[in-house]
Ligand binder design. Structure first.
Ligand code: PEP
Ligand code: MG
Length: 583
């Protein structure tokens, strides 16, 4: 048997190739100083290295844009902004000016300080941004040494005459964006998480990747035969013949599956008996919107706008938000629904710029709409931005964490105020914009009949609805058996919400993870759910499954599962009665 190394599955797919080890670039160790009086000259040397790094990034950005690599372009735009950042560049200059640091040491220490600060945060997304800061500071350090773009990568890939599997401690986003999939079959890093930019890029380029594999991954020798199983997060070193044959077969199967799924791109989402639903995506940025469109989503069922607020010291302006919402709509084109959820800060998502107090039970605390109603200034900026963007696409607005009718009414009153302001300023927006709520608190699910008279739509947030119904923290891995949306108490609430909405002729969507889960799809289809919002990669498989299901046969299944004992019983029941799940 091959030696196996386990890591985090960052990008699906199977790769077979020879190991190429990318050695860490040398970064300055310790601090070296300049002589008194040399500060001005050193600052000039530093500034010109920053300018030259900027030039290099701009050229890279132009190339990416010309190749239509929008996703990567946005990352490098963020890197360009970091080159203007006071906390990073200003802090390095300050070290040269007042502490007589040599420029390399100043950049290194300032970069490490910001990166360490980000790496210590609870929020996974922000933690991963530490890699971007290091990437930028190393680019400047390279420029100080008159070196240019990352060397090892090209050298190693040029040397390899068969597909290479790259091993590195960590890959910067710049490194990853430059990987040529015709040469690099896959990569493995010792550090990193699923939401690091390298992982995001790997998924968008379609390179199988494993991150967070630990130091063990660095003890591989150049040229060893490697299999990367990007689905299982597994690296096989020196595989035996039978393992190799098994993975070659898996590679072929995966290629066949991809080709089969491709036929569902751009098609309507219809069941075998002609019932049409909407399959849309959950996104957190404009780049996600573009990727979701490419992956076959018909629009957006949940724009988690809080990501626009995170990873920065200040709050996003109305103009910045307007641009993001407008561009997300433009990624899909006219008419496609784009549901913008107002920011859901709190819970597991912290925001340094709001300086929220630490709470014992953040998921039961000051969060989402609760903050927005308490801070109408903040809320109105966002509402104005969404309304303005509604002149450019089919935007809808959605309020998260609504528990009472009073909250909903307060939120719509503020929306009305924002509309009034725009009218008096002669700014265009869609007067008919739909407004709805997330159903993610059992209190709202119980009162769905009352809400249904007032809202334009519901979207069921099962991630929170499950944790509040089952009293099981969604972040606690020990409670997996409770955190399951197939538990009948959750299914009963979902059923109730769908019925209540339809009674008032309102549409109902779902944007919790459940919506993209194959075993849940027949149940939800049988209950009459109108819109399914999921991670973009789940859209084509869901459309393929839907095309095999007969909705008319599923109503009785959806009723039957409400009377079963628990999630396990529901799962077995559905698997037994829906053979199409196995196709
Ligand atoms: C949910 O709770 O199901 C949901 C979609 O919102 P979030 O995961 O952002 O809390
Ligand atoms: Mg939620």
């Amino acid at each position: 048997m091959a030696t196996k190394i386990k890591g985090i599955a960052a990008s699906e797919g199977y790769a077979i190739g020879r190991a190429v080890i990318l050695r860490e670039e040398v970064v300055p160790e310790g601090i070296s100083y300049i002589e008194a009086g040399e500060e001005a000259a050193e600052l000039t040397r530093f500034d010109s290295a920053v300018a030259s790094a900027r030039g290099e990034l701009e050229a890279l950005l132009d190339r990416m844009k010309a190749d239509g690599r929008e996703k990567e372009s946005e990352i490098f735009e963020a890197h360009l902004m970091l080159l203007e950042d006071e906390e990073l560049i200003g802090a390095a200059q300050e070290r040269i000016r007042s502490q007589r640091y040599k420029a390399e040491a100043a950049m290194n220490e300032a970069g490490e300080e910001v990166a360490d600060m980000l790496a210590a945060l609870d929020d996974e997304y922000l933690r991963e941004r530490a890699a971007d800061v290091r990437d930028v500071s190393r680019r400047v350090i390279r420029k100080l040494g008159n070196r240019s773009e990352s060397d090892g990568l090209q050298a190693s890939s040029a040397a390899a005459n068969e597909k290479s599997i790259l091993f590195a401690f960590d890959l910067t986003p710049s490194d990853t964006a430059q990987l040529d999939p015709s040469v690099i079959g896959g990569f493995v890093t010792a550090a990193g998480g699923r939401t690091s930019h390298s992982a995001i890029i790997a998924r968008s380029v379609g390179i199988p990747a494993i991150v967070g594999a630990g130091e063990g991954a660095l003890h591989i020798e150049n040229g060893q035969l490697i299999i990367v199983d990007g689905a299982a997060g597994l690296v096989l070193v020196d595989p035996k013949d039978e393992e190799l044959a098994r993975y070659q077969a898996l590679q072929q199967q995966a290629a066949g599956k991809r080709a089969l799924l491709d036929q569902y791109r751009g098609q309507p989402s219809v069941s075998a008996d002609g019932h049409q639903v909407e399959l849309v995506a959950n996104i957190g940025s404009v780049q996600d919107a573009r990727q979701a469109q490419e992956l076959g989503a018909e629009g957006v069922g949940l724009f988690r706008t809080e990501f626009l607020y995170m990873g920065r010291p200040d709050l996003p302006t109305e103009e910045e938000q307007f641009k993001a919402y407008k561009e997300a709509a433009e990624a899909f084109g006219p008419g496609s629904p784009i549901v913008i959820r107002t920011m859901d800060i709190g819970g597991d998502k912290e925001l340094p710029s709001l300086q929220l107090e630490k709470e014992d039970n953040p998921f039961l605390g000051y969060r989402a709409i609760r903050i927005c109603l308490d801070r109408p200034d903040l809320f109105k900026t966002q509402l104005r931005a969404v309304l303005r963007a509604s002149a450019h696409g089919n935007l809808k607005i959605m309020f998260p964490m609504i528990a009472t009718l009073g909250e909903w009414r307060q939120a719509t009153a503020l929306l009305e105020q924002a509309k009034q302001e725009l009218r008096s300023e002669n700014i265009a927006f869609n007067e008919q914009i739909e407004a709805g709520i997330m159903i993610e608190i059992p209190a709202a699910a119980q009162m769905a009949d009352r809400f249904a008279r007032e809202v334009d739509f519901f979207s069921i947030g099962t991630n929170d609805l499950v944790q509040y119904t089952m009293a099981a923290d969604r972040m606690n891995p020990k409670l997996g058996y409770l955190s399951d949306p197939l538990h009948p108490p959750v299914l009963r609430l979902i059923d109730r919400v769908i019925r209540a909405a339809h009674k008032e002729n309102k549409w109902v969507g779902m944007c919790g993870e459940m919506a993209g889960t194959p075993v849940a799809l027949p149940i939800l289809l049988g209950m009459g759910l109108d819109e399914f919002s999921m991670s973009a990669s789940a859209v084509l498989p869901a459309r393929a499954l839907l095309s095999r299901l007969h909705r008319s046969k599923l109503a009785s299944l959806s009723e039957a599962v409400l009377d079963l004992d628990d999630a396990e019983a529901v799962r077995s029941y559905v698997e037994k009665h829906v053979p199409e799940l196995k196709d």
